[in-house]
Design a protein around this ligand. Structure first.
Ligand SMILES: Nc1ncnc2c1ncn2[C@@H]1O[C@H](COP(=O)(O)OP(=O)(O)OP(=O)(O)O)[C@@H](O)[C@H]1O
Ligand SMILES: [Mg+2]
Length: 451
């Protein structure tokens, strides 16, 4: 437990510092409110022991401002006898306790110990809540296939280290859930898991988003704001889509990883942070490195432990248990079943959108279900359209085509292949004839030959 002592009375401060240290406490002593704020900005404390009357920033203002910097900090105010009403006001503002001058050592130590006892209880409570959350989360993360089990073995092995992990996998395979399960299986599980999507934040905001900024650092910075690194202090920071981080910030991130010190935008102070880093990419990061779009040194720093999530198509044994999990997730009564024929269809599909596609499909079917037993009839009309069309591989769509453009092109290609015979084309595409006709109308595909 670490104490910050603020008192402008030099002799009293020295005496207190000596006594507290003698008692075995870890103490930093400062002579005014501004210095105290600077210390709070630099490192974490458990208790602020502050005189009320100090020049410039007094104890009350210090108490108010400290809440923005370290919300969990407990404060004991020291007041002269005459200012008891002020101390009462301070309690209303969130001070934990106060002691009145002159006080004896016993009084002081009893008050401090009481504060620490409460603080420890609060910490324990938080830990228990964290454990519960972790348990709930891990219960809903399922899989029985060999590749899945091997991945989990790896997660178990590395969870409780502080090693940086680079998670790669196609879209929807579960990169974020793996990151969370690493966090929840680690000793950091009662602290924050903070996720940042590097691709989703505008370029000129990401630095302040990651490292924070101080009031006035730029137009619009109306007050100090903590960055994600600081919010994740003690916990885990998940940098999603890391491949999209611009080169300039890659350099800054590298420095943070090496020094574990952040530099908020516009601040004259650097801050120490204790953060476990996890990163995810669905692009081939190595290729980006060889093209010069991603720093090689940063790549090696992140890739200490690589975890690659296989696509769902490579672990089909997981489909049935995932279906059960999603049925549970989306129906409160948990009384919905799946016909064996439907399960066969789900097992033989290739799931280009991976687990997320399966999850979305089950959600949709649960919502629109006609009875408690889901059958193939509950499948959406366009289910599998991308896959069933893929046999026309020799003229595969260019990757820059949108889904609809690609679908239109493939329908035209197929129609051409079968001389615009819609029955044969529909059969080839494995979709009902009326669906093909509907789609042709939708895409304004006109044919010039009668069947
Ligand atoms: N093994 C699993 N058990 C239960 N749910 C899972 C599992 N794997 C993935 N999911 C679910 O699938 C969805 C997609 O997972 P997640 O968001 O982690 O994927 P992602 O790889 O980060 O995708 P993207 O690349 O699109 O960001 C989530 O809703 C998640 O809950
Ligand atoms: Mg993701």
């Amino acid at each position: 437990m670490k104490i910050l002592l603020a008192d402008d009375d030099n002799s009293l401060r020295k005496v207190l510092l000596f006594k507290l240290k003698q008692k075995g406490y870890d103490v930093v002593a400062v002579a005014d409110g501004q210095e105290a704020l600077d210390e709070l900005n630099k490192s974490q404390f458990d208790l602020l022991l502050s005189d009320i009357r100090m020049p410039k920033i007094d104890g009350i203002k210090l108490l108010e401002q400290s809440k923005f910097i370290q919300p969990d900090l407990k404060t004991i105010l020291i007041t002269a006898h005459a200012s008891v009403p002020q101390a009462v006001a301070a309690l209303k503002l969130g001070a934990f306790d106060y002691i009145t001058k002159p006080f004896n050592d016993e009084e002081l130590f009893v008050t401090i110990e009481k504060t620490f006892r409460i603080k420890r209880l609060e910490n324990e409570n938080k830990q228990l809540k964290g454990k519960l959350k972790a348990q709930n989360f891990l219960q809903n993360f399922v899989g029985i296939s060999k590749p899945f089990k091997e991945m989990i073995k790896m997660v178990d092995k590395i969870a409780d280290t502080d090693a940086t992990v680079l998670i790669s996998g196609a879209s929807g395979t579960g990169k974020e859930v793996i990151a969370k399960s690493i966090h929840y299986k680690s000793r950091r599980s009662d602290k924050e898991f903070i996720a940042v999507n590097c691709a989703a934040i505008p370029k000129d905001l990401i630095e302040s988003e990651l490292f924070g900024h101080v009031k006035g650092a730029f137009t619009g910075a109306v007050r100090d704001k903590k960055g994600k690194f600081e919010l994740a202090d003690g916990g885990t920071l998940f940098l999603d889509e890391i491949g999209d981080l611009n080169i300039e910030l890659q350099a800054k991130l590298l420095r943070v990883i090496q020094e574990r010190i952040i530099d908020p935008v516009g601040s004259e102070f650097k801050k120490e942070v204790d953060v476990r880093l996890l990163a995810a990419t669905n692009a081939n990061l190595k290729r980006k490195v060889s093209k010069g779009d991603f720093r090689e040194d940063l790549y090696y720093r992140l890739n200490v432990i690589p975890i690659n999530i296989p696509s769902l198509n490579e672990r089909k044994e997981d489909i049935s248990i995932l279906v059960q999990e999603f049925l549970k997730r989306f129906s409160k009564e948990n009384d919905i079943t799946v016909s064996s024929k439907l399960m066969d269809t789900l097992m033989s599909y290739s799931w280009p959108g991976n687990v997320r596609e399966l999850e979305n499909l089950i959600e949709r079917m649960v919502i629109l279900r006609k009875s408690k037993k889901l059958t193939e009839k509950d499948l959406p009309e366009d289910f599998g359209i991308i896959e069933t069309i893929t046999p026309v591989k020799d003229e595969a769509p260019e990757s820059h085509l949108s889904f609809h453009e690609a679908e239109k092109k493939l329908i035209i290609d197929t129609l051409n292949k079968f001389a615009w015979n819609r029955t044969k084309s529909a059969k080839f595409l494995q979709i009902p004839r009326h669906v093909l006709i509907y789609r042709m109308k939708k895409y304004e595909i006109f044919y010039n030959k009668n069947e």
